[in-house]
Design a binder for this molecule. Structure first.
Ligand SMILES: Cc1cc2nc3c(=O)[nH]c(=O)nc-3n(C[C@H](O)[C@H](O)[C@H](O)COP(=O)(O)OP(=O)(O)OC[C@H]3O[C@@H](n4cnc5c(N)ncnc54)[C@H](O)[C@@H]3O)c2cc1C
Length: 442
């Protein structure tokens, strides 16, 4: 084993406690400082998406802390996409031909509680909630914080991990110590969550094992099933302009808009107007950061390093992969600067790649899934991957059902964009030549 370290993790959301478990299992002493109350005691503070798509990368990390099966027992598998048009017609497209291959709808609050329980059960981990960090010094790896009514404390460690989400205070402290090129690029769409409740008998009112999409060009709605028979719907709409959150803002316009564009969903949403009016519009953006560490004393994981738009359902999955990679770099190198450099050089290209893939999937989901041509292309891709599994796997499947690094997925996809048209052109040329020879023309 490498040297045992004192490690402070700022942020007890999804990635922080999972990393704490991996590090404690490797013999390190870990303290997790979380700004909010303990969700297990206080009830989960909602407001963001209440369910998430968990796939292969996230499951790999959960497996490493012994939680995979516990979590899988609570999820609703989604085996394909169900597209809804404005006339209430539906079209189903399975994600994979491989039996059992599905993405999983998991409760964000439930999962957060499970990773916190796993951390709590390990010796070597201290969890502190309701913590207000007043100063983070990345040069000395010290954090000054106030917890409840207690006087301010300063905690010294060997390493500070920023698992504190998109608006990371640790990233800011790194920037202040030695300027890094970081920032958030917002897109012009935001999101709002709504609910399709369970039927009176507790059953699902839509197909339960699918991710539902209402693609409408420059805006869309999706719905993921919850274990209690309800669906969490998320509207991804422009913030301003026509067909946007700002133009649909009165009870009358909400009813009219939903009845014209999402009629089948609107019929299943008795609390539509109240929910739409009460729920906030969340912003969506990509955090870009050209360095994930500060020398050997501070490092970023998850959204703190690379918050992404949610259209591939990979933010948490990518955050969990960071945890695995950071734990393995710390195990491989006794020297902290070397370990963090190794982590940075392997994880940052993946963070950049999944950010780009997620942005491009927005276009695919809201525009292309509605097109019969796209669905035909999907069927061809599925046939190719069924018949030549070692040679071809669709991009979605590479991202969701494998742990192939995101940067490699990007490279494969880019290579195909060049080779496929060439192969198609070559095959057409050979066929044409064959026909010409048969006809005796040449
Ligand atoms: C609409 C939407 C849908 C999404 N859907 C999916 C999906 O389907 N699949 C998927 O994989 N991902 C999805 N994501 C992304 C996913 O939510 C994030 O990538 C994931 O939560 C990142 O985990 P994290 O631990 O890095 O950050 P977070 O979960 O944001 O946790 C950060 C924690 O740090 C705490 N904190 C912040 N500042 C401080 C401080 N100064 N001191 C102490 N604590 C602090 C916060 O309270 C929080 O608990 C979605 C995101 C959105 C917005």
């Amino acid at each position: 084993m490498t040297q045992s370290r004192h490690i402070t993790i700022i942020g007890g959301g999804l990635a922080g406690p999972l990393l704490a478990c991996l590090l404690a299992d490797a013999g390190h002493e870990v303290t997790v400082l979380e700004r909010r109350g303990d969700p297990r005691a206080a009830g989960y503070e909602g407001g963001r998406s209440i369910n998430l798509a968990l796939s292969a990368r996230g499951l790999e990390a959960l497996d490493r802390i012994g939680l995979k099966q516990v979590v899988l027992d609570t999820v609703v598998p989604m085996r394909g996409r169900m597209m809804h048009d404005e006339k209430c017609n539906t079209a189903y497209s399975p994600y994979s031909h491989v039996p059992g291959e599905a993405i999983n709808s998991v409760s964000r609050g439930g999962l957060n509680c499970m990773v916190l329980d796993a951390a709590q059960s390990r010796s070597g981990i201290t969890l502190a909630f309701d913590v207000d960090c007043t100063d983070i010094d990345v040069e000395t790896a010290t954090v000054t914080f106030v917890a409840g009514d207690a006087p301010p404390r300063t905690l010294a460690a060997d390493l500070i991990v920023g698992a504190d989400g998109a608006g990371s205070m640790v990233r800011q402290a790194m920037h202040d110590a030695s300027p890094i090129d970081d920032g958030t690029e917002f897109i012009d769409s935001g999101y709002k969550e709504l609910t399709i409740p369970a039927a009176e008998d507790g059953s699902f009112q839509l197909e339960s094992h699918a991710l539902h999409i209402w693609p409408r060009g420059h805006y869309m709605m999706i719905a993921l099933p919850n274990g209690d028979g309800s669906f969490t719907c998320t509207c991804f709409w422009p913030i301003e302009g026509p067909d946007s959150f700002s133009s649909v803002d009165s009870p009358e316009s909400i009813r009219t808009f939903f009845c014209s564009h999402f009629p089948d969903a609107a019929a299943l949403m008795p609390g539509l107007v109240e929910e739409y009016t009460d729920n906030p519009v969340g912003l969506l953006g990509t955090v870009r950061c050209n360095c994930y560490h500060h020398e050997g004393t501070a490092v970023l994981i998850g959204d703190a390093a690379h918050a992404i738009v949610p259209f591939f359902g990979q933010g948490m999955n990518a955050a969990f992969q960071d945890c695995l990679r950071l734990a393995s770099c710390l195990a491989a190198h006794d020297d902290l600067p070397t370990a963090l450099r190794d982590y940075d050089s392997t994880q940052r290209p993946d963070g950049d790649a999944i950010a780009a893939l997620s942005l491009s999937n927005f276009i695919e989901m809201r525009n292309k899934t509605a097109s019969p041509f796209f669905r035909c292309l999907q069927r061809i891709r599925k046939q190719l991957s069924m018949n030549f599994p070692n040679w071809y796997m669709p991009r979605y499947n590479l991202v969701s059902f494998t742990t192939v690094p995101y940067a490699d997925v990007m490279r494969q996809v880019a290579r195909r964009r060049i080779t496929f048209p060439l192969v198609a052109l070559g095959a057409t040329g050979i066929c044409a030549l064959f026909v010409l020879v048969l006809l005796g023309i040449i």
